[in-house]
Design a protein around this ligand. Structure first.
Ligand SMILES: Cc1cc2nc3c(=O)[nH]c(=O)nc-3n(C[C@H](O)[C@H](O)[C@H](O)COP(=O)(O)OP(=O)(O)OC[C@H]3O[C@@H](n4cnc5c(N)ncnc54)[C@H](O)[C@@H]3O)c2cc1C
Length: 313
């Protein structure tokens, strides 16, 4: 196994799959291990901490990360796919064990149809398979936690199957007196998982069972917010596959005033975190910000993936 220099402010390490569990038709839970995971950590809760995984191009070896330095990412991008493999974004679902025996849990969504290197790897994962992991190193700023509720008194967490690992991790780490509502759309009723959450948080699962993606989620969220039906009209060419609008960052380049105070409207105290397929998230963004007037400082909207589009490495 390769071990990188401890000088780097993040972990870039080869990890080995040491456990695979099929949780449901759509979720495969994988445990990844390396002695280097002893150094994995963040300053505060992990919440929805994102990580990067690199999958080898089929028939080719994993890219070597032995002795990498800060210039590695730029040179990695310049290499042919057969050499560099494919990088995708996942969620740190949980950590198990400690020290050199730490295992990192990742829940992979597996799905039929058009499938990329990440989903294919998850569907076929076996003990002994290897990946490259990029993750936060304890004591260094890394970013990648978007769940920032501040002093919100009411939480709204909304996601599709790709956001279930993040929402599940956030719920486990909330204060016991947290209050709020969670809406999770998943492909099948058999994908409903048992989640640990505060008693004041209501979790509602919405199995799609073949219906149009996002339809049930959109309707349930708007009903919860007390509006009449707001149509979900988003044209494909209006969807930014990299949609990322948080109180601190805007992928569309909208001004973000991080000092603004939000007062005097119906949604005082609300903090909403919404992630999933970009078109579905765009529809919710339009409804919440444009139609309902919810201040964007109270909402994080994140396109986790885009139907028909391979995520960029
Ligand atoms: C911050 C963040 C955290 C994430 N956490 C997780 C996580 O914990 N677990 C997880 O499984 N995913 C997670 N995702 C989503 C994941 O990165 C994308 O689904 C990604 O596209 C998967 O890569 P791929 O190689 O399978 O497919 P790609 O090569 O990106 O795409 C190939 C094809 O597969 C389709 N596709 C991709 N994902 C799906 C899907 N879920 N359902 C149906 N079709 C799909 C695409 O539309 C495309 O047509 C996360 C994304 C972000 C940004």
């Amino acid at each position: 196994m390769s071990t990188t220099t401890t000088e780097l402010p993040l972990l870039i390490e080869e990890v080995e799959c040491v456990g695979v569990e099929r949780l449901s038709p759509t979720f495969v839970r994988v445990e990844l291990a390396s002695p280097a995971l002893a150094d994995l950590g963040v300053d505060g809760p992990f919440y929805d901490q994102r990580i990067k995984l690199i999958f080898a191009e089929p028939g080719h070896p994993l890219p070597s990360v032995a002795g990498v330095d800060e210039t590695w990412f730029a040179s990695w991008l310049d290499r042919p796919v057969a050499e560099r493999g494919h990088m995708r974004t996942y969620t740190l679902r949980a950590l198990r064990g400690s020290g050199a025996d730490t295992r990192l849990v990742v829940d992979f969504v597996v799905h039929g149809g058009d499938c990329g290197p990440g989903g294919s790897w998850g569907a076929q994962a076996q003990v002994g398979d290897r990946l490259v992991l990029m993750a936060p190193r304890r004591g260094h700023a890394y970013g990648g936690v978007e769940f920032v509720p501040g002093d919100a008194t009411s939480l709204l967490l909304v996601g599709d199957e790709t956001a279930v690992p993040a929402v599940a991790a956030v719920l486990e780490q909330l204060d016991v007196d947290a209050r709020g509502h969670v809406f999770l759309e998943v492909p099948y009723a058999a994908d409903v998982l048992t989640l640990q959450h505060p008693v004041g948080v209501n979790v509602r699962w919405l199995p799609r069972e073949g219906a149009t993606r996002g339809e049930a989620l959109h309707a349930a969220v708007l009903e919860h917010l007390g509006t009449g039906p707001v149509p979900r009209v988003v044209d494909d060419d209006e969807v930014d596959p990299d949609l990322w609008e948080t109180p601190a960052y805007s992928s569309s380049g909208e001004d973000v005033d991080t000092t603004a105070q939000v007062v005097g409207h119906d949604f005082d105290g609300l903090y909403a975190w919404i992630a999933g397929e970009s078109k579905v998230v765009t529809g919710l963004r339009r409804a919440l910000v444009k139609d309902l007037g919810i201040d964007r400082h109270q909402v994080a909207f994140m396109g986790y993936w885009r139907l028909g589009v391979a995520m960029r490495s």
